[in-house]
Design a protein around this ligand. Structure first.
Ligand code: C5P
Length: 220
C-alpha cells in the first residue's frame, strides 16, 4: 500500500501533480485545501465571519463537511482563499479536518492500494510515515502568473494586467507567510521530503521527475 504526500506553496503545481499521479497510478487523490475552503465558504454564506465564537462555528461546519461537496468553483474565490488561510490557524478545526483526511487515506488504501493527498502539512502531520513525500514550490512571480492565466481573462489592458499580477503576488505572499508562520502544522517541508522547484519546469516535466523518484524507490 502506498501513501504519497504532497505539500507546497499556492500555485506551485502540487494540485496538478496530485491529479496526474492519481490518473497514472489509479489511487484516489484529495486536495485537502478544499476542506478549509469549504468551511470558509460556509462562514461567508451564512454571514458568520464576525461571530464571537468563530472557532466553534468553524468546527461545526467542519464536522459536517463531506468530500462530495468539494467540487464547487465558488470555493476558489479570493475571499474564500484568504479566509481559509485564517481559519486554518484554529487548532480545533484542524483536529476535525485532520481526522477526515486520515479516514480518506485509510479507506483509499484499503480499497485501491494507495492514496495521494496534497496540502500544507501532509508530510509532517497527516501522513508522517508516507512512502513518498514531495514539497513543491516556485518563485512568487511565476506562481502569480499561473493564477492569472487560470483566470482566463483575455481582454486585459497591459496596465490592468500588471495591477492584477501585483495584487495576486501580494495576496500570495501574505498567505504563504500566514501558512508558514502559524504555530500549529505550519507549511514546512518534512525532513524526508523531496523538494522540487517548478519555476522553470512544466507539469509534464514535474510528473516525470516525481514518477522517476517513485519508481526508482519502490520496494516491491
Ligand atoms: O491548497 P489551498 O490553496 O486550496 O489551501 C487553502 C488554505 O487552506 C491554505 O492557504 C492553508 O492555509 C490551508 N490548508 C492547510 N492545511 C492543508 C491544506 C490547506 O492549512 N493541509
Amino acid at each position: 500500500m502506498i501513501e504519497i504526500a504532497i505539500d507546497g506553496t499556492a500555485a506551485s503545481g502540487k494540485g496538478t501533480l496530485g491529479k496526474k499521479l492519481s490518473e497514472k497510478y489509479s489511487f484516489p487523490y484529495l486536495d485537502t485545501g478544499m476542506l478549509y475552503r469549504k468551511v470558509a465558504y460556509e462562514l461567508i454564506k451564512s454571514n458568520k465571519i464576525n461571530t464571537e465564537k468563530l472557532e466553534q462555528t468553524c468546527c461545526d461546519f467542519g464536522t459536517i463537511v463531506t468530500f462530495k461537496e468539494l467540487k464547487n468553483k465558488n470555493l476558489r474565490t479570493e475571499d474564500v482563499t484568504k479566509l481559509a488561510s485564517k481559519i486554518a490557524t484554529f487548532p480545533n478545526l484542524r483536529k476535525i479536518l485532520n481526522n477526515k483526511q486520515k479516514k480518506f487515506n485509510n479507506l483509499s488504501k484499503k480499497k485501491y492500494g494507495g492514496c495521494i493527498l496534497d496540502g500544507r502539512d501532509i508530510g509532517t502531520t497527516i501522513l508522517p510515515n508516507a512512502d513518498f513525500k514531495f514539497f513543491i514550490t516556485a518563485s512568487l512571480e511565476v506562481r502569480a502568473k499561473r493564477r492569472l492565466l487560470e483566470k482566463n481573462i483575455s481582454f486585459l489592458h497591459e496596465n490592468d494586467e500588471k495591477c492584477m499580477l501585483q495584487n495576486l503576488m501580494n495576496n500570495m505572499r501574505e498567505r504563504d507567510n500566514q501558512d508558514s508562520k502559524r504555530k500549529i502544522s505550519p507549511l514546512v517541508p518534512a525532513k524526508d521530503a523531496h523538494i522540487i522547484d517548478t519555476t522553470i519546469i512544466n507539469p509534464e516535466e514535474l510528473l516525470l521527475i516525481v514518477t522517476n523518484i517513485i519508481e526508482n524507490n519502490m520496494s516491491c
